[in-house]
Design a protein around this ligand. Structure first.
Ligand code: DAH
Length: 339
């Protein structure tokens, strides 16, 4: 009997060194119709049953080893050929090759909204949203701004058919929506886009963003408002900045105030940004007017609250030192990529 193991090991060595066409020749030489192993298997009939068992299993093992070795080698040769081809053609199979766009990021206005919301969430506020199309009631009446009141002049907007629907001029109607759905205590912020019928220039835009704040409950005082806004300013702009409250007027708060932050460019010394005053006007606030509480059927004797409104663009411009609001809306990548 021929030495099957030796035949097999010679075959495996030849396969190992073969190229793709030599592989086919080897396959025929060993496994083909008149191949070496086929012949051995055929010749088994002349042996005794015992010998058949031993030689048969050796020959079958050799056959399957050679088959496997040929398949493996074929795969390896194909892969090597592909690698070489890709190298030659400089083909980059990574996803970037098929998707040659750089990664996007959040718009600076959205980043500012996220940053402000994050601070207020840490102070126990939840976040709500309201519709951009409002009725006259939510945008004005319920906020103690009756029809024909001159306060409406400062908030001219875009009206939809019938004059009762309009694009909201501020996020303050968000206060009404929240209070209609919820009994006190309420502690919420409402970020969103707002509109005014206004020509655009370096500091005005007909579309911009605000964040409304509202807290209503028992025994809420102006001291709570001062505390919450001081914490916001210190967490968002920096611990070392002073703030001051200036008396002001809003229809939906009484008393009302505007909050100035010590100018963080000059730390109060006076510079171009703060127009030499040392202070930067940042937001409006006050104690919720009893008429607003009545509009949502809250007991104005039992409950009190504070509200505030932050201009997002204004905050972003201060924080990043931007001097023209229009830059936010032009989609100029040279500007946006800086954030
Ligand atoms: N809604 C005001 C505006 O757009 C901003 C504002 C001021 C909101 C005082 C408030 C507030 O909640 O208390 O001009």
């Amino acid at each position: 009997m021929v030495n099957i193991e030796q035949i097999a090991s010679e075959a495996l060595a030849k396969i190992d060194g073969a190229d793709i066409s030599a592989l086919e020749v080897l396959r025929l030489e060993y496994l083909g119709k008149s191949g070496v192993l086929t012949q051995i298997l055929k010749s088994l009939s002349q042996y005794s049953t015992e010998e058949k068992k031993v030689f048969g299993s050796m020959a079958n093992k050799a056959k399957s080893d050679i088959e496997k070795a040929i398949e493996n080698k074929k795969e390896n040769l194909k892969k090597a050929a592909l690698d070489e081809k890709m190298l030659k053609e400089k083909l980059d199979p990574s996803p970037a090759f098929y998707f040659p766009f750089s990664k996007g990021s959040l718009h600076p206005i959205l980043q500012t909204i996220d940053g402000i919301c994050c601070v207020f969430k840490s102070l126990g506020f939840s976040v709500a949203e309201g519709p951009e199309i409002e009725t006259d009631w939510y945008n004005f009446e319920a906020l103690n701004i009756p029809k024909d009141h001159p306060a409406r002049d400062a908030q001219d907007t875009f009206y939809l058919e019938g004059m009762n629907n309009l694009l909201r001029t501020h996020t303050s109607p968000g206060q009404i929506h929240v209070m209609e759905k919820q009994v006190p205590p309420v502690k919420v912020i409402v970020p969103g886009r707002v509109y005014r019928n206004e020509a655009s220039d370096a500091s005005h835009s007909s579309t911009f963003h605000q964040i409304e704040g509202l807290a209503v409950g028992e025994n809420i005082t102006f001291a709570d408002l001062k505390n919450v806004l001081a914490q916001f300013v210190h967490k968002f702009f920096g611990n070392d900045l002073d703030i001051r409250f200036r008396p002001s007027y809003f229809q939906f708060t009484e008393p009302s105030a505007e909050v100035d932050i010590q100018c963080f460019f000059c730390k109060g010394k006076g510079c171009r940004v703060c127009k030499n005053s040392g202070w930067i006007e940042t937001l409006g606030c006050g104690m919720v007017h009893p008429n607003v509480l009545k509009a949502v059927n809250y007991d104005a004797e039992k409950y009190s609250g504070y509200a505030f409104g932050i201009g997002v663009e204004r905050v972003a411009m201060l924080k990043y030192g931007i001097d023209d609001i229009r830059l936010f809306y032009e989609n100029d990548l040279r500007f946006l990529k800086q954030f």
